[in-house]
Write a protein that binds this ligand. Sequence first.
Ligand code: PDD
Length: 287
Amino acid sequence: MSRTVYVNGAYLPEEEAKISVFDRGFLMADAVYEVTSVLGGKLIDFDGHAARLARSLSELDMQSPVTRDELLAIHREMVARNGIEDGLVYLQVTRGNPGDRDFAFPDPAKVPSGIVLFTQSKPGLADNPAAKVGMKVISIPDIRWGRRDIKTVQLLYPSMGKMMAKKAGCDDAWFTEDGAVTEGTSNNAYIVKGGTIITRQLSEDILHGITRAAVLRFANEAQMIVEERPFTIDEAKAADEAFVTSASAFVMPVVEIDGVKLGSGKPGPVATRLREIYLDESRKTAV
Ligand code: PDD
């Protein structure tokens, strides 16, 4: 069945949804994005994603084509039109189509930014069997640019990282810089040692995960101890357990790093509990 895709104000069958070859998102990766999960037909952490989108746009001097309320209405309309029970809404805002290729940003008064949304149906997203087994990760050097806090569509190196992981018989890669883990290819990274949850502090080095913010809030509320600081890949290999968070994976246990099994080699109790709490609590506030 053809999906309905949103392009600059119009809801179109996916075959008819088109943007220009001169769009700066296509030519320059001059675009930002968000991925919001849908559970039971409702949007998870919508406000966090809308707020981060506004921040990404402002850091790049890009204009928002819609208000927060319009964005929510478009998200909801997309979920309804595509009959999404469980899945994802992908949103991309680009600096638009200046009609030619030029390194300089176009005048926003003359070239409006563009907006595209599409959905991905993933029945049973919250019951992903991978959460029962856990993921295997490899570590690779973080050679991405220095503003990883801005959610741009420059995803070539993260895609390469994912392929390196697959080639090594693993599920994902963790990036390291100066011996310390920054984050996963498309998720934030955590280890657990002696009951303490350790994750890198927010800076321009990592994406400020919306799931991360919620999970750390729930961990604090559950009286778990959280340390926000860099951790080395060696420290990670010696950890009791590890996990990642993202809008599409929620809380996903990691059971092996560079071939080294963590603890029993099975998903740990902290990751398992946080996954349950996150899914329960975020469903309650879903819109
Ligand atoms: N990725 N770090 C990176 C590099 C990411 O790409 C993502 C999200 C995260 C987690 O952020 P959040 O919790 O807000 O989803 C951390 C999305 C899911 C993606 O690219 O598909």
